[in-house]
Design a protein around this ligand. Structure first.
Ligand SMILES: [Zn+2]
Length: 308
């Protein structure tokens, strides 16, 4: 009996059943979101193990709670998610598909002794953590950053103050939340590596453990800002002629908005794909130990942009 329960397919179905029922009851997802979360969650549980699953569960739960947090105030400010804050399949796949692909890839490289010997499972785990850290940072920063006391600024022109909820708007509060989200995910991964190493099969050396926190914090911070930048540069944008906010919705303040730019077929889902892919790529590089390069490059970039 216990042997059957210990099989990852059986335990995965059980865990996903419980988590899915709770998430649906808490109105975190609609039916399409529930089905897609089941697919993403089960695949990650089966291929990435308990640690990878708990990491994405943290994203899923914290995003759900942050979306519900002061939802009525957000509705008044016109920054609330549609559908009473329930996430649909577009949200779930937009943030879960890339981590799921990395989890499967990590599983496959663990089956190959040659690839495992040169460290591929950990590089891919780095990509996994990078992708989840990016989407967590992005979602939490936008859900909580709207409560910033000072007006946010546009990431493509930091001198310009914009209404809260504007595509590409960034605030100090949002940036702080992004860093904390990364730190929390890093701490989760490290705790598994230290206390239940069997649950994080990709983490095999002390170096790996030391890499995890900086990897999660850097990918969260950089990925979240890449997301704002991609949104501001490419996403379809509409201006609300009532409050002046630039958003991705065709209705705002009860009136139709005016299309002002961006690629019409480039939606928030594509932006999320782009930034979590970027976070994953960065995660692989950091996982491969390229900290010195990346930090050096960042230093160079900051030095170059502050002198111009
Ligand atoms: Zn408006």
């Amino acid at each position: 009996m216990f042997e059957i329960l210990a099989h990852p397919a059986v335990s995965g179905l059980l865990v996903m059943g419980i988590v899915g029922a709770l998430a649906y009851k808490a109105h975190f997802v609609d039916i399409s979101g529930l089905v897609s979360a089941f697919i993403v969650g089960f695949t990650i549980w089966y291929t990435g193990g308990v640690s990878a699953f708990v990491i994405i569960l943290f994203f899923f739960m914290s995003a759900g709670i942050a979306t519900k947090y002061k939802y009525k105030v957000k509705v008044q400010k016109n920054v609330a998610q549609e559908g009473k804050g329930k996430r649909s399949w577009k949200n779930v796949f937009g943030s879960g598909l890339i981590p799921m692909i990395f989890s499967v890839a990590m599983y496959l490289t663990r089956l190959s002794p040659d690839l495992a010997a040169v460290g591929w499972p950990f590089f891919l785990f780095g990509g996994y953590v990078g992708a989840v850290a990016t989407t967590s940072a992005d979602t939490l920063a936008s859900e909580l950053g709207v409560f910033s006391k000072s007006k946010p600024r546009l990431i493509t022109n930091l001198r310009r103050k914009v209404p809260s909820g504007t595509i590409g708007a960034v605030s100090l509060l949002g940036e702080g939340v992004a860093l904390l989200a990364g730190l929390f995910i890093g701490l989760l991964a490290v705790s598994f590596a230290i206390f239940t190493p069997g649950w994080v099969p990709a983490v095999t050396t002390t170096e790996h453990v030391l890499f995890l926190i900086p990897l999660a914090v850097l990918t969260a911070f950089i990925g979240c800002n890449v997301d704002s930048f991609l949104g501001a540069a490419f996403q379809n944008r509409y201006v609300c002629e009532i409050c002046g906010a630039v958003i991705d919705k065709e209705f705002h303040c009860d009136y139709e908005t005016k299309y002002i730019g961006g690629f019409k077929s480039f939606t928030n889902m594509h932006v999320n794909f782009g930034s979590s892919g970027m976070g994953a790529t960065l995660g692989i590089l950091l996982g491969a130990g390229l900290f010195v390069w990346i930090l050096g490059g960042l230093f160079f970039w900051i030095a170059a942009s502050s002198s111009s």
